[in-house]
Design a protein around this ligand. Structure first.
Ligand code: NDP
Length: 450
């Protein structure tokens, strides 16, 4: 415990004001206690000290011209965290809340997540404090082009391969790829999440949500239970949430909620997926419009949320899928979920549950799939996109989906077997962290002090 405390105190001095990053490091170090205590080699090689310091951090100015002719300036980031297992891999986030601490927490998590997939990919993350909401198509394009005018020199198909995240979908990847191609003259797989028209992989769009539901299914099946018939809470209304809801329906479950930054929809009869896609993928409007098409659904505006949490987690259901953003599920939310009969949580988002909320789930011994395991299907399918690009092949939807299922199953097995090995079979946080850590740490030792 003093070791964790000392490490965080040191980080607070060397990397000030990065609360989310400290939170992610603390959670991982907490899980690694049993292995750090017994394996001297990790201490001898200062593995933790090296792992928490990114290999490279790129921060840059992103100037662009808005529709009124005024020059705007944003801050861009790419944190190349760890390349022990392969090229840096991880998404780009465009959201006004983005800062160095958020990109570092995401990049740090990505190291372990990518290792868990068993695929040859290192960890990185990037983005900008740019808010795509309310921007015209031309503004989005000019921003993406300016972002790449700097980033292009740092990325490449065997060095660093970005993808999407919050605020970055197929449109933004298209504009960024176009500018990269213009600057370098290279038509190569430097991004994943590309359009199906020019190098994208089938199932990539659906992969994070689908994978998160497969993970829930494997957790339930391991205890002789099934997903079919279960009522499910989903937060978010973006890429991950939509395809979580789609897969829940395909497997016979009933998703009853979704949310965005304006509020929560509770639709007891089941969220209408066509309406949700129309509102969010086509018209890109606020979620309150959902009730116009479905008057039997209820919209809870953010102003009516409880002071200590998020209205979506106060609704009754058996399973919960947080798919919006970090720290969207508080300790009070976790207690409410458990009290209302929730038996499992599978995280589509990155670090959506606070550390105290995670403790509630672990103490209650309900199924808990931490994000770095449960949402790894997205990055795994990105790697399948890289493999198809490199071999100039195109696999069918069924082929990619089958590979995704196998990868998610292997992640579940790896996390649960490791948890059992360390005497806490239900603790997939511990299992996922140790399983991911061992692969990266051992590769770092074999590659010398670099
Ligand atoms: P999108 O931008 O497609 O959707 C994000 C959704 O979350 C939107 O509905 C958004 O609402 C909501 N949201 C975002 N920030 C907040 C906030 N501060 N408060 C309330 N709601 C918020 O992003 P994704 O679906 O791609 O990503 C969602 C999560 O999944 C993130 O944590 C991301 O890191 C993680 N993830 C994504 C992967 C991917 O493949 N896309 C892979 C692995 C993890 P609004 O539009 O109103 O802001």
């Amino acid at each position: 415990m003093t070791y964790i405390h000392d490490t965080i105190t040191k980080l607070q001095k060397t990397s000030p004001a990065q609360a989310e990053f400290y939170q992610a490091v603390e959670e991982v170090l907490d899980s690694l206690q049993p292995i750090l205590e017994t394996s001297e080699k990790y201490q001898l090689h200062s593995i933790i000290e090296r792992m928490i310091e990114p290999e490279r951090q790129i921060m840059f100015r992103v100037p662009w011209v808005d529709d009124q002719g005024k020059v705007q300036v944003n801050k861009g980031y790419r944190i190349e965290f760890n390349s022990a297992l392969g090229p840096y891999k991880g998404g780009l986030r465009f959201h006004p809340s983005v800062n160095a601490g958020i990109i570092k927490f995401l990049g740090f998590e990505q190291i372990f997540k990518n290792a868990l997939t068993g695929l040859p990919i290192g960890g990185g993350k990037g983005g900008a404090n740019f808010d795509p909401k309310g921007k015209s198509d031309g503004e989005i394009m000019r921003f993406c082009q300016s972002f790449i005018n700097e980033l292009y020199r740092h990325i490449g198909p065997t060095t660093d391969v970005p993808a999407g995240d919050i605020g970055v979908g197929a449109r933004e990847i298209g504009y960024m790829f176009g500018q990269y191609k213009r600057l370098t003259g290279n038509y190569d797989g430097v991004f994943t999440g590309k359009s199906l028209l020019w190098g994208g992989s089938l199932v990539r769009k659906e992969a994070t949500g689908y994978g998160c539901v497969y993970f829930a299914q494997y957790m339930l099946e391991a205890k002789g239970d099934i997903l079919a018939g279960k009522r499910c809470l989903v937060s978010g209304a973006g890429n991950v949430a939509i395809y979580t809801i789609e897969k829940l329906y395909q497997l016979g479950a009933i998703p009853v909620s979704c949310s965005d930054s304006s509020g929560t929809i509770y639709h007891e009869a089941g969220v209408n997926l066509d309406t949700l896609k129309e509102l969010k993928e086509v018209r890109k409007v606020r979620l309150n419009e959902y009730v116009t098409a479905h008057p039997d659904a209820k919209f809870i505006p953010v102003a009516d949320y409880p002071a200590d949490g998020n209205a979506v987690w106060r609704l009754p259901a058996e399973l919960a899928f947080p798919c919006a953003t970090q720290n969207e599920l508080s300790e009070a939310d976790a207690k409410a979920l458990v009290a209302n009969g929730c038996i499992g949580v599978s995280e589509g988002a990155n670090m959506p549950s606070t550390q105290d909320a995670v403790e509630v789930f672990l103490d209650a011994k309900i199924h808990y799939g931490p994000g770095k395991a449960a949402n790894a299907g997205g990055v795994a399918t990105s790697q399948l996109e890289m493999a198809q690009n490199a071999s100039m092949q195109r696999w069918s939807f069924e082929e990619v989906d089958e590979k995704l299922k196998v990868i998610m199953k292997n992640i579940f097995i790896s996390a649960s077997e490791t948890a059992a090995e360390f005497g806490e079979p239900h603790n997939l946080v511990l299992g996922a962290n140790i399983a991911g850590f061992r692969k990266v740490a051992d590769a770092m030792i074999e590659q010398g002090v670099v």
